[in-house]
Design a protein around this ligand. Structure first.
Ligand code: HEM
Length: 312
């Protein structure tokens, strides 16, 4: 399972961080640079072997949509996730591309029509004024799931919707910047009860955790679990057993939802979380359909190609 990076951002190769003294840092940097150069070459082989050249909406092969800086930063994410172990990073890039080729997350995000029953339990907000790495937030209001059969009864439909939401939020990141290359996620468990955790919920939750852990490396800056009743804290322990330690270190559990405003910008947060937006956080929901410019150019190209092939 992927180790989803440090609590802070992935290392910028040209920064002047001092770790254990200057000399050590220079050595580590040149080693990392060497590893990255090797990985950049090998990644082209992987792309040819898998016959799939897209990652998080960006082109990996040297085509019309290729961007060297973004390519490098995407590879740095994978290297960071695997502690700069070259072989593990190559193997996992291959796994990620194979999964993307088969699952087609771009389709889940931008082409498929998901059931409107999911509208109440997940959305994205964008706050360009927020602190670095906190500009994009995905919200999952799982406490609102009063009828687990309705939401989780078709695990595949849930997974395609949840991955679609993840992929949309990833498209709002800017991998060329060090300010917006990670996102925040919030799970709100207000109203949750033990009866909601039936076997379908457990199975699907495990599957989603596995998919995000294996195929979405180094994208999370923090994840908040709010309105968690104290009698359900044991669930946290049970679930985090399936989560890599590095990812676990980014988790913050808050029993009182109002306290979220101590962590996230209150100006862009509903009053239900102690913020200033009286209409509620959901009123800030980012609607992709109304903002096509937010697609990456390569996603727009792939989406257009897919629509054209359906018409043929
Ligand atoms: C009973 C109702 C619940 C439902 C329907 C539910 C649903 C889910 C789902 C679908 C996921 C997959 C990851 C995602 O969508 O981002 C997830 C992950 C998770 N849930 Fe829940 N959950 C419930 C209760 C709880 C409770 C009470 C806790 C306690 C804090 C909890 C903690 C977690 C944790 C730690 C993860 C892993 C997050 C990750 O790896 O990113 N869940 N949950």
């Amino acid at each position: 399972m992927v180790q989803d990076g440090p609590v802070t951002r992935a290392p910028c190769l040209n920064s002047t961080l001092k770790i254990n003294g200057f000399k050590y840092y220079l050595m580590a940097t040149s080693l990392q640079k060497e590893t990255l150069e090797k990985f950049k070459k090998q990644a082209q082989e992987v792309v040819s072997e898998v016959e799939y050249d897209e990652l998080f909406g960006h082109q990996l092969s040297h085509g019309e949509f290729f961007d060297e800086k973004i390519y490098e930063q995407l590879l740095v994410k994978i290297l960071t996730a695997y502690d700069w172990d070259y072989k593990t990073s190559v193997d996992n890039l291959e796994k990620i591309l194979e999964w993307r080729k088969e699952f087609n997350p771009i389709s889940a995000a931008f082409l498929e029509n998901h059931d409107s029953k999911f509208d109440d339990i997940g959305f994205i907000t964008v706050n360009s004024e927020a602190k670095p790495l906190e500009k994009i937030t995905t919200w999952n209001l799982y406490g609102k799931v009063t009828d687990p059969k309705k939401i989780f009864g078709d695990p595949n439909a849930f997974l395609r919707w949840r991955v679609g939401l993840m992929e949309q939020s990833v498209q709002l990141l800017d991998f060329a910047s060090q300010d917006n290359n990670y996102m925040v996620q919030v799970h709100d468990y207000k109203g949750v009860s033990l009866f909601q955790r039936d076997s379908e919920v457990k199975k699907t939750t495990k599957k989603v955790i596995e998919v995000f852990g294996n195929y979405y490396p180094e994208l999370l800056s923090k994840k908040f679990f709010v309105n968690v009743p104290s009698i359900m804290m044991w669930v946290f322990k049970v679930i985090t057993a399936f989560v890599a330690e590095k990812t676990r270190n980014k988790f913050v559990v808050i029993s009182n939802g109002q306290e979220l405003s101590k962590y996230l910008d209150p100006k862009q947060l509903g009053t239900e979380y102690g913020g200033k937006v009286s209409e509620g956080t959901k009123s800030l929901r980012f609607l992709f359909k109304e903002s096509k410019t937010k697609y990456t150019p390569y996603t727009a190209h792939l989406v257009g190609k897919s629509i054209a092939s359906e018409i043929d």
